[in-house]
Design a protein around this ligand. Structure first.
Ligand code: GDP
Ligand code: GDP
Length: 464
């Protein structure tokens, strides 16, 4: 479905930067001769798998309004009326300004779907601005950096959340290739961070990644069943992501794959070279990524790189140790592999790692159980009350260090997002807080609230 999107916000928040990113090219700043009424303009734009029109607000002149402010307001109104959805951008670095509230009121009155976007979160000081943005009453802000392309997966998800699933996956008609697109890494704020219970009716989105020959295609075909194997697409060359829907124990699953299905589609082998980049793309659509290791040659450098990437992307990782049928001392081997997982991937403690044989089908149910469990953890939310009761104990037991003779203080913690869980900790001197203490807090959060096996984000902000 094609839809129209308007980017709204006061000057300097980064609207043009976002516009250019979505419209995919550097548009010259058009001259703004006052009083010249131009056609309303919109440009084709894309955000990952989404295709839409982005309205160029600057092209919306209203000769009737004499003042700059009046014109801006009129432009904004026209854009909102014309759009199916508004991205309301604030500058998280600057925090919420009075003009932002004016725009927020206008948007609320219009009643169109709105996604609140906190931009410039590449800057350290932005966490507080993201929190401020909650106060606008327009839902959870999506933290992005328009300039650096961060948070684009979350922005995509928030748009889909606001407009419904049919806007997603325009894959039948257009390629999803995003040449040169940066991978969103780091802080991301979840569109669904409302206190929503885990929703098992929604399709669970899975991607399979791994280096060549670990058994990805075999696994995918085992999961979806031979009879459901895709025969196409010869068009796989232009098509960059494919999803297959199926059900497991009544749970809807959408499996994203690229290289694996293509191989079975007999597309030339040289395309296989692209498989890691393809996997990355598939991972963006996914919630859970199954990272396939070959149990007979585990923990190659590339295996670890892929795992690290999935974790940095904030996806929920599950490791499958494949070709288990070839292993002899299974008990021993499993203990060894799990120990290595903890040691070599310390970013995420308690990673789910399941032995499977894609060829015989052994272990696939266990794998999907691990996928669902990890997905639940990835979605989990801890109340502020529980968090702060824990924080009090944790800081009493192991107080933060002193810097230049003054003890750092950790005052307050709140969970600002899920998918994966993200927390903001208020403390006296974020800049002076040692990483080791942040790790102590992350470990404590994991153990106390059972957040094993998923990435955890912690941002520090200054307490006033
Ligand atoms: P507009 O007036 O809302 O269209 O804002 P612009 O897109 O012109 O951006 C205003 C300023 O903010 C420019 O100097 C941009 O380079 C800067 N900017 C935009 N996005 C970001 C971002 O994500 N991070 C940082 N640090 N600066 C940004
Ligand atoms: P991909 O490149 O990751 O998609 O790997 P493939 O699915 O093409 O598998 C690579 C090779 O490993 C093929 O020869 C498969 O038959 C073999 N293979 C895949 N899974 C298993 C398994 O569970 N056990 C054994 N013994 N071989 C497997």
């Amino acid at each position: 479905m094609a839809f129209k999107l308007a980017i709204i916000g006061r000057p300097n928040v980064g609207k043009s930067t976002l516009f250019n990113r979505l419209a995919g090219r550097r548009l010259a700043i058009v001259d703004d001769t006052p009083g010249v009424t131009r056609d309303r303009r919109s440009h084709p734009a894309k955000l990952q798998d989404l295709r839409f029109e982005v309205i160029d607000t600057a092209g919306l002149e209203s000769a009737a309004a004499p003042t700059l402010e009046g014109r801006m307001r009129a432009q904004t109104e026209i854009a909102i009326d014309e759009a199916d959805i508004a991205l309301f951008v604030i500058d998280a670095r600057a925090g919420v300004m009075p003009d932002d509230s004016t725009f927020a009121d206008l948007l609320r009155r219009k009643g169109k779907p709105v996604v609140l976007v906190a931009n410039k979160t590449d800057v350290n000081a932005a966490a507080a601005g993201v929190i401020d943005a909650w106060g606008l009453g327009l839902g959870d802000p999506v933290a992005i950096s328009a300039e650096h392309g961060l948070g684009m997966s979350d922005l995509r998800d928030a748009i889909v959340e606001a407009l419904g699933e049919d806007v997603a996956l325009a894959e039948e008609t257009e390629p999803v290739a995003m040449p040169g697109e940066e991978i969103a890494v780091g802080e991301d704020v979840d569109p669904e961070a409302e206190e929503a219970p885990y929703d098992a009716t929604k399709p669970l989105r899975i991607a399979v990644m791994g280096r060549p020959n670990v058994g990805k295609s075999t696994l995918i075909n085992a999961l979806i069943g031979q009879d459901r194997m895709l025969t196409g697409p010869e068009a796989g060359i232009t098509r960059d992501s494919i999803s297959v829907d199926w059900e497991w124990r009544g749970r809807k699953i959408k499996l994203f794959d690229t290289a694996g299905l293509r191989r079975k589609a007999r597309v030339q082998a040289k395309l296989e070279k692209l498989s890691v980049a393809d996997g990355i793309r598939a991972a963006r659509f996914a919630e859970v990524v199954i990272i396939v290791f070959d149990a007979t040659i585990p923990f190659e450098k590339q295996d670890l790189q892929i795992a690290d990437l999935v974790i940095r992307e904030g996806r929920a990782p599950v490791i499958a140790f494949n070709k288990w049928d070839l292993i002899e001392d299974r008990q021993e081997m499993l203990a060894e592999l799990r120990e290595k997982t903890e040691r070599l991937l310390p970013q995420v403690r308690g990673l789910q790692a399941v032995p499977i044989s894609a060829e015989t089908g052994r272990g696939l149910d266990k794998l999907l159980e691990a996928v669902e469990k990890t997905h639940r953890t990835w979605n989990s939310r801890v109340s502020t009350g529980r968090l702060n009761r824990w924080l009090e104990g944790a800081t009493a037991q192991h107080p933060p260090p002193a810097v230049a003779g003054r003890r750092l203080k950790v005052k307050y913690i709140t969970q600002i997002k899920t998918r994966p869980p993200g927390f903001v900790v208020s403390c006296s001197r974020p800049d002076a807080m040692p990483q080791s203490y942040v790790r102590y807090l992350v470990n404590g959060l994991r153990e106390t609230f059972n957040l094993f096996g998923v990435p955890i984000r912690v941002a520090l902000r200054t307490s006033d």
